[in-house]
Ligand binder design. Structure first.
Ligand code: CTP
Length: 399
């Protein structure tokens, strides 16, 4: 959730400032870009050098750097940030921000910021309980800022109670959870199928196709970025799944059918990008077939059309997306599949387009929805195609 996020980490004068080192480390490790801004008092608790080393950026404290006369532009920083996190925030800074006071760089960045603001208080028990502190906190919340509540425990004063800053790991979890909840597919369960299937002829041979699984894995990845909980049912591929996906590995069309039937009832959205074999040997040989005659016949039977079966089971709250790979009469065949299989959306890729289809990193698709509205896209990286498909799915989602 924090990958690529630009974060201003404000650090105030409190003994909990020592936790800012671990917090900075965790934010950097999570892939965020961190600019630390300290209040002058905070520098008495932890050195700017520590936080500059961990954040890989000079720490800012004043409006200008006295040695160089360089101006630290608070407005620019406020606009640069995707997120302002003040941890720890002292009772003093709480009071300033609640009342619009602006006598140091951090308070000026706060007033200039347009991004979400999170604040994690740290102070002694009685300071925390004081009505003035509570009023300031309530004011900050009514301004739209988010409180990361303090925990209870032994405080620096020796007293025991509320006021301890949340632990750095808890702060990261709190923010990540909040950011996830704001995503368009938060709370949605998505089922994605990907890759080819292998249909056994004998213990050493199988029938398959050239599907690499790249398109389905890119869709699973994009769905996770949009906040969905993803189950990825994959045939044999060399692709690496997003660690947040629940991956179910299958080999044959029959195994994929069983896995899909189990996962489908609990899914809100189902995207079937797997290249499932249409035919499978009637009776796979239990032993390796030895070569004998000049020709060999293997009798094949039709596999179950998983997509069609799910289309028959689909409820009004579920959205079903299929793929069509065609070589001729592309749009007509795709539209027919959409209707016959009771789909909400079909992703058509034509083998006639250079760079589209199996194995490549690119694809060129046309999306056709249930009102037969068509959108054609240029040749793009499969990751971008995944984004286009997901965007369309969000448009089609029942409210
Ligand atoms: N599909 C499926 N189960 C199968 C075969 C295909 O679920 N046994 C799904 C694929 O995952 C894809 C869609 O059906 O989403 C389209 O597959 P495609 O092979 O293009 O179409 P078919 O309906 O099988 O028709 P044809 O092969 O005749 O084009």
């Amino acid at each position: 959730m924090l990958t690529g996020k630009k974060i201003v980490l404000g650090v105030c004068g409190s003994i909990a400032a020592y936790k800012a080192a671990v917090l900075t480390r965790l934010l950097i490790k999570a892939g965020a870009e961190v600019q630390v801004v300290m209040t002058p008092d905070a520098t008495q608790f932890i050195t700017p050098l520590t936080l500059a080393t961990l954040s890989k950026k000079p720490v800012l404290v004043n409006y200008f750097t006295p040695d160089t006369g360089e101006w630290n532009n608070h407005v620019e920083m406020g606009l640069w940030a995707d997120l302002l996190l003040i941890a720890p925030i002292s009772a003093n800074t709480l009071g300033k921000l609640a009342n619009g006071l602006c006598d140091n760089l951090l308070s000026a960045v706060y007033l200039s910021a347009k991004c979400p603001v999170y604040f994690a208080p740290a102070m002694d028990l009685d300071m925390w309980k004081h009505q003035a502190t509570q009023n300031n906190i309530n004011k900050l919340i009514t301004y739209g800022n988010m409180l990361i509540p303090p925990g209870s425990g032994e405080l620096a004063s020796g007293l025991h109670g509320e006021g301890r800053m949340a632990e750095p790991e808890e702060i990261i979890t709190f923010i990540s959870r909040q950011l996830t909840q704001q995503l368009p597919l938060a709370g949605r369960k998505v089922l994605v199928t990907a890759g080819p299937t292998y249909e056994a002829i004998d213990p050493v041979r199988f029938i398959s196709n050239h599907s690499s699984g790249k398109m389905g894995f890119a869709i699973a990845d994009e769905m996770i970025k949009l906040g969905a909980a993803v189950t990825l049912i994959s045939g044999p591929t060399a692709q690496k799944a997003n660690l947040q996906a629940k991956v179910i590995n299958v080999t044959s069309a029959a195994e994929m059918l069983q896995a899909c039937e189990e996962a489908f009832p609990d899914s809100d959205i189902c995207i079937m990008s797997a290249a499932v074999a249409d035919y499978t040997p009637v009776e796979p040989h239990s032993q390796k077939i030895k070569k004998q005659d000049s020709s060999l016949n293997i009798e094949l039977k039709k596999t179950t059309d998983i997509l069609k079966k799910l289309g028959q089971q689909k409820s009004a709250r579920q959205l079903l997306v299929g793929f069509a790979l065609e070589t001729h009469n592309e749009e007509q065949y795709a539209a027919e599949k959409l209707q016959q299989k009771n789909l909400d959306l079909i992703v058509l890729n034509s083998l006639n387009d250079a760079g589209a289809g199996f194995k490549t990193d690119t694809n060129k698709v046309t999306l056709i929805d249930r009102s037969l509205h068509k959108t054609s896209f240029e040749l793009k990286a499969k990751t971008e195609v995944a984004r286009d498909i997901c965007r369309k799915i969000i448009e089609l989602l029942p409210a």
